[in-house]
Design a binder for this molecule. Sequence first.
Ligand code: KG4
Ligand code: ZN
Length: 350
Amino acid sequence: MRVLGIETTCDETGVAVVEDGYRILVNRVLSQVPLHEKFGGVVPEIASRAHVETITRMVETALADLSIPLPPAGRVDAIAVAYRPGLVGSLLVGVTAAKCLSWAWGLPLVGVDHLHAHIYAGAMADRGPGSSPPIEEDFFPAIAMVVSGGHSALYLSDGWTRHERIGSTTDDAVGEAFDKAAAVLGLGYPGGPQISRAAVAGNPCAFEFPRTLLDSDSLDFSFSGIKTAVLYASRGQNAGRGAPLRPDVNIADLAASFQEAVVDMLVAKLRRALRRQGLRKAIVGGGVASNLRLRERLDRLAVEDDCEIHYPDFRLCTDNGAMIAGLGCRLLEEGRRHDLSLDADPVAAR
Ligand code: KG4
Ligand code: ZN
């Protein structure tokens, strides 16, 4: 089955065609970073307008890459779209485009949960970029951890389409914490790649940043404390974001210490979830899953706790249409589909 996947949950316009849920035929991602970077974060109105301006061309280009005509005349079997969670204006553009194409081309439509798709990305490229079948259903049960710009979440997963959330974001999401810390350090947007680049030359023990683990049994995440700690360490105690950087501040040390503290928290939460559920398998997805230090530490966790941890291929960590098409295919195989009443839903499912 060939599925066209559409992703517009935040600031990337993604369009992909995926065959049988894992073979990526085309995966086009248009980043809006140049539009948002001067604001230090995503501006929702700008994001949705940019999706409106580009979505039709992105679909046309992706299909043209495969020499598929318009309408696709039997060469695309269904349309999948990320319909939750995300910025509502951005989501609406993708959902509306998908519904229009489904109606105009007479193809089935399925709405995909964007966070579940980040988990599915771990399956798609796990055994080589798009060339071989994904992790099989018998891999489950497993713990899934999504670490993205808008969410930090832990799931007890019973299959690619069955996820029960057991931990979530209480304040800033982890990617958001990277973005805000980078802004405080004057490193630019998006912050994750900038922080990890700056951290290479820094000492991760230079600053003792707080590791907020909440209650001893909590699987929820909190990153607002460390964000404020970076602000005070770089600009002075109780300083506001407008205060100047301290002249003696070592940005590389701050970046490395911040990254280490965040990674410590993520590793601790994943370990806690695995132990609590008595499981030895995990999948990690979302933009922050491209962080090399996080992968190093998770690899160590896998050895220490004798467990198996999978991540997506780097190009599938951040938002993309391929993971939407891939999971969409699995949902369609289970007989799930939506009609034209499908609506954008900004809120994460429980
Ligand atoms: O999953 P994603 O594309 O968007 C959402 O669904 O929100 O994740 C984007 C986030 C951004 O916050 C970005 O700073 C972060 O992923 N990110 C990273 C790295 N690459 C991207 N964070 C840490 N280290 C990285 N290498
Ligand atoms: Zn995402």
